[in-house]
Design a binder for this molecule. Structure first.
Ligand SMILES: C[S@@+](CC[C@H](N)C(=O)[O-])C[C@H]1O[C@@H](n2cnc3c(N)ncnc32)[C@H](O)[C@@H]1O
Length: 243
């Protein structure tokens, strides 16, 4: 079962403001140059998904969060995208996509047990030579150590009122990190969204991608193809389906 940590309408309304288009979007959009079919896996609010849309290109956005996808469907330009409620099981194994992307660390939501079949499903959506690309955080950089209440506490005025917010990590176990995101609007109610993320090493990523049928696997330390270092914060993954 997929638990929806994005189930609060007010927070989904703020999501795009907090996660605006940046170098990540530029990178994924450039990868789509010449693509006739693009699948955005875990598309969320669809900000990037809608940017892929252009005449002659099929764009599909898939996400299991009804709240996220509901928001995506209401945005200007949403009609240019086919939106699908669901997880990787809902991605058609059509073998004709040029590109599958998964932005915003979505692949970190996939559990260790699910990763093999999820990658196989994404591979099955692609044509031979098609590309899967996503980013994921490097466990060696231990980002979760910065996610305590003191370091993350903030207050701000939003279009839907004053918000106090902070994070608290509740479990760390061999790359599996569970944290609570606390959100208190003016009504004083603490809306707690619990998320589990899976941090994977470069070696683990390569092994799983190879098993799923990807041939050439490139990992970079950022959106401009920076070479990996031991303490790279991010892995930007680009895997090509074997022919
Ligand atoms: C941080 S958001 C990223 C959304 C979007 N890709 C972006 O870049 O803004 C993570 C997304 O992953 C989705 N997600 C969580 N579990 C998933 C799963 N098992 N399969 C596909 N998507 C999932 C969530 O619903 C959420 O929309």
């Amino acid at each position: 079962m997929t638990v929806d940590p994005y189930g609060d309408e007010r927070l989904v309304e703020l999501y795009d403001e907090d996660n605006s288009a940046g170098a990540d979007h530029e990178y994924f959009l450039k990868l789509a140059d010449g693509a006739k079919k693009v699948v955005d896996f875990g598309c969320g609010t669809g900000l990037l998904t809608r940017a892929f849309a252009q005449p002659g290109r099929v764009v599909i956005g898939v996400d299991p969060s009804a709240t996220m996808l509901g928001y995506a469907r209401r945005q200007p330009g949403a009609e240019a995208v086919t939106w699908i409620d669901g997880d990787a099981d809902a991605v058609a194994p059509a073998g004709d996509a040029d590109l599958v992307v998964s932005s915003g660390n979505t692949m970190m939501h996939i559990s260790t047990g699910d990763l093999p079949w999820v990658l196989e499903k994404l591979a099955a959506a692609l044509k031979a030579g098609g590309v899967l690309s996503f980013e994921t955080r490097n466990p060696a950089a231990r980002a979760w150590e910065q996610w305590g209440p003191d370091a993350t506490y903030g207050e701000r005025d939003t279009p839907i009122g004053h918000l106090k917010e902070w994070m608290e990590v509740t479990e760390v176990d061999n790359g599996r990190v569970v944290f609570d995101a606390h959100n208190v609007f003016e009504d004083g109610v603490d809306t707690v969204l619990t998320t589990t993320l899976y941090f994977r090493t470069a070696g683990e990523l390569r092994t799983q991608l190879e098993k799923a049928g990807f041939g050439k696997i490139d990992l970079y330390a950022g959106w401009h193809e920076q070479p990996l270092a031991d303490d790279s914060r991010l892995f930007v993954v680009r895997a090509t389906k074997a022919g």
